[in-house]
Design a protein around this ligand. Structure first.
Ligand SMILES: Cc1cc2nc3c(=O)[nH]c(=O)nc-3n(C[C@H](O)[C@H](O)[C@H](O)COP(=O)(O)O)c2cc1C
Length: 451
């Protein structure tokens, strides 16, 4: 195995050599002809998506105390709009105050949906004016569950006890579980948030099912008793019943989810993992789950994996960890290959059902080649960018107009966006958007890490 642990490629040939040396050639396909990325994606019942790049949801934690998108949120989405993404998947937006992971997380409610309307309208208009098309706009609706921190201190709402996750917040064994009645009521709360999102003009909503927030934790609640735990039917009940209700109440609104294809946490604590307790995914659960969601009427899906608070190298391969975080235990290319391949395996189960993939940012200026290789081979229909969208919001624009990316603008997977978010500040790219986020990063590190 190659010793190289950090991105250090001057040319595509260098990257290809390392991919070959690591035996990853069947998982990371590189394609020189990038034309496929400019092809529109047509899905029945969905506005045409102008190209194959999506912005993944990326929280900026810069809303007002009542959840209203702030100035920096407007700045962020206008930058994406100028950047020529075909699909903009708006960041995690809480459905209740107590469901917020941070006092500055967005929260859509009766008092502020008009500001969301303004945000969507300005985003569409900016793209229309510059690029001649309106991006498809999806709002991610969330309950932060175990990671709820509405007042800035942990206030976990958990679906089951986990021997891997409870110790992180020092949760005692008798910490109460969220009740079935609470989960029943939550269905209507999601539906109301979806109605507000529709009034605000979003094309659709994502009932967030990834990264081990409440819905994702339920998906893995093998040990929970009652109607939301145990069998796959029960573990996916909140998602399925909520989606069905949204479909009924808002028939013209798209409903989708960003789903963890698997949790990369051993059974019985992880979703879609092998029953032998190893770290091998068992994507049969994922297959059944997505089959049910398609029956409810979802037309495309966004896939991710794992939990960013626990073994973050699985879900977002990095060169540099957060402060006091563990260095990546594997070559980040191995992590990139794993996510791309898990997405491809699920895509192969559902040919013709568009899946948006994750896990490209570590590849920096070579993202387009892996994206084109993936889309051309039918291993995903679209490529979503997370940290790269913060760092390089005009990435598709540069690619489509100049033919190549500028290495000086790419994400360097330094984890600083995660660091300032964990320290409770507004977040964005500290390296490439330094004038805005550099001072916050400095202030946070001085305050919390004596740097
Ligand atoms: C600061 C930060 C905020 C994020 N916010 C969200 C979010 O709101 N919703 C979500 O599903 N994922 C969120 N993610 C995960 C990203 O969307 C993405 O899955 C991850 O960064 C891996 O993709 P990448 O390699 O392109 O960065 C966030 C990640 C970071 C670093």
């Amino acid at each position: 195995m190659s010793e190289q642990k950090r991105f250090n490629y001057r040319s595509l040939e260098d990257l290809k050599a390392d991919i070959a040396a690591l035996g990853l050639g069947e998982k990371i396909l590189l394609e020189d002809d990038l034309g496929i990325l400019q092809q529109p994606l047509k899905i029945e019942g969905v506005p045409t998506i102008a190209n194959r790049f999506a912005v993944h949801p990326m929280e900026g934690f810069d809303s007002d105390p009542d959840g209203t998108p702030g100035e920096l949120a407007f700045r962020r989405y206008l930058r994406y709009a100028h950047g020529q993404y075909g699909l903009i998947w708006f960041e995690a937006c809480a459905v209740l105050h107590e469901a917020r992971s941070n006092p500055s997380q967005m929260w859509i409610n009766d008092g502020n949906w008009q500001v969301f309307a303004e945000l969507v309208e300005k985003t569409r208009k900016a793209s229309l004016d510059q690029n001649g098309f309106a991006p498809v706009c999806i709002l991610q609706l969330t309950h932060s569950g175990r990671y709820s921190r509405p007042e800035g201190v942990p206030a976990p709402i958990i679906a089951h006890h986990s021997k891997f996750l409870d110790p992180i917040h020092k949760l005692p064994a008798d910490y109460p579980l969220v009740t079935d009645d609470y989960l029943d009521r939550l269905q209507d709360i999601y539906v109301h948030a979806a109605e507000l999102a529709e009034k605000a003009g979003f094309d659709g909503v994502d009932i967030k099912g990834c990264h081990r927030y409440l819905m994702a934790e339920l998906q893995a609640s093998h040990l929970r008793e009652g109607r939301y735990g145990g069998s796959l039917e029960n573990r996916t009940r909140l998602m399925r019943e909520t989606m069905a209700k949204v479909r009924q109440k808002c028939p013209n609104l798209l409903v989708t989810t960003r789903l963890n294809a698997c949790d990369m946490m051993p059974y019985p604590y992880g979703f879609a993992m092998a029953k032998d307790g190893s770290l091998s995914p068992d994507l049969e659960e994922t297959r059944q789950y997505i089959t049910w969601l398609r029956e409810i009427g979802i037309k495309f899906i966004n896939l991710s994996i794992a939990n960013p608070y626990y073994e973050p190298h699985y879900g977002r391969p990095y060169d540099v960890p957060i402060i006091n975080g563990a260095p990546s235990p594997e070559h980040p290319l191995v992590g990139v290959a794993r996510i791309l391949d898990i997405v491809a395996q699920v895509q192969s189960m559902f040919p013709g059902f568009p899946i948006i993939g994750t896990g490209y940012s570590w590849l920096r200026q070579f993202i387009p080649y892996a994206a084109a290789g993936t889309v051309k081979a039918g291993r995903a229909a679209m490529v979503g960018l997370g940290r790269s969208a913060f760092a390089y919001p005009d990435l598709p624009y540069d690619l489509f107009h100049k033919g190549v990316l500028d290495p000086r603008k790419t994400c360097v997977t330094c984890s600083r966006c995660t660091q300032i978010m964990r320290d409770g500040s507004h977040t964005g790219c500290v390296m490439r958007d330094a004038a805005v986020y550099g001072p916050w990063y400095k202030a946070c590190t001085a305050k919390y890490h004596n740097n």
